[in-house]
Design a protein around this ligand. Structure first.
Ligand SMILES: Cc1cc2nc3c(=O)[nH]c(=O)nc-3n(C[C@H](O)[C@H](O)[C@H](O)COP(=O)(O)O)c2cc1C
Length: 139
């Protein structure tokens, strides 16, 4: 069965990268230009942290994520969003994942703090296995 790939952005602190790499499925790093410029060939899931910039509109979506979502086919094939955040950011908690989900009318599939716990990883794995089934082409 096709495993739905994860496209993630992670900064140099690498917390999202650590989580992504623990999922045991194909993961693609949006800090790499070739990945950012590619278009997924089927259903895929976005995994993003939120980064409050402190500017007037408090935009929290990482720039590489924005660029990747520029392509309409890429947006159409996105089945949901997972977010990493930090509750210390109060009302901005998970702002990027929630904002993208709302704008694209896709669900927030899972939220966790920082690099997540081992239980977070297990829960995300299970949820993704269910999505694999849901989105597998019918025979
Ligand atoms: C400058 C800065 C701004 C942040 N802004 C937010 C925010 O607005 N909302 C949130 O939930 N988390 C926020 N966080 C927490 C990060 O999203 C969280 O630590 C995430 O795990 C970082 O992932 P990364 O290490 O892969 O880049 C911020 C962290 C930093 C350093």
């Amino acid at each position: 069965m096709r495993q739905i790939p994860i496209y993630f952005y992670s900064s140099t602190s690498g917390m999202v990268r650590q989580f992504a790499q623990a999922l045991g499925r194909p993961v693609f790093d949006l800090t790499e230009r070739e990945v950012r410029q590619s278009v997924p060939d089927g259903p895929w899931v976005l995994l993003t942290p939120s980064y409050k910039t402190g500017n007037a509109d408090n935009d929290t979506i990482p720039e590489p994520v924005k660029r990747f979502l520029h392509d309409p086919a890429t947006r159409r094939r996105m089945v949901g969003v997972m977010g990493s955040g930090n509750r210390n950011f109060g009302r901005h908690y998970q702002a990027a994942a929630r904002d993208i989900a709302a704008r694209s009318k896709r669900p927030v599939l899972f939220e966790f703090e920082l690099q997540g716990t081992q239980w977070d990883v297990e829960e995300a794995k299970e949820l993704l296995r269910e999505l694999d089934v849901q989105f597998s082409p019918r025979q």
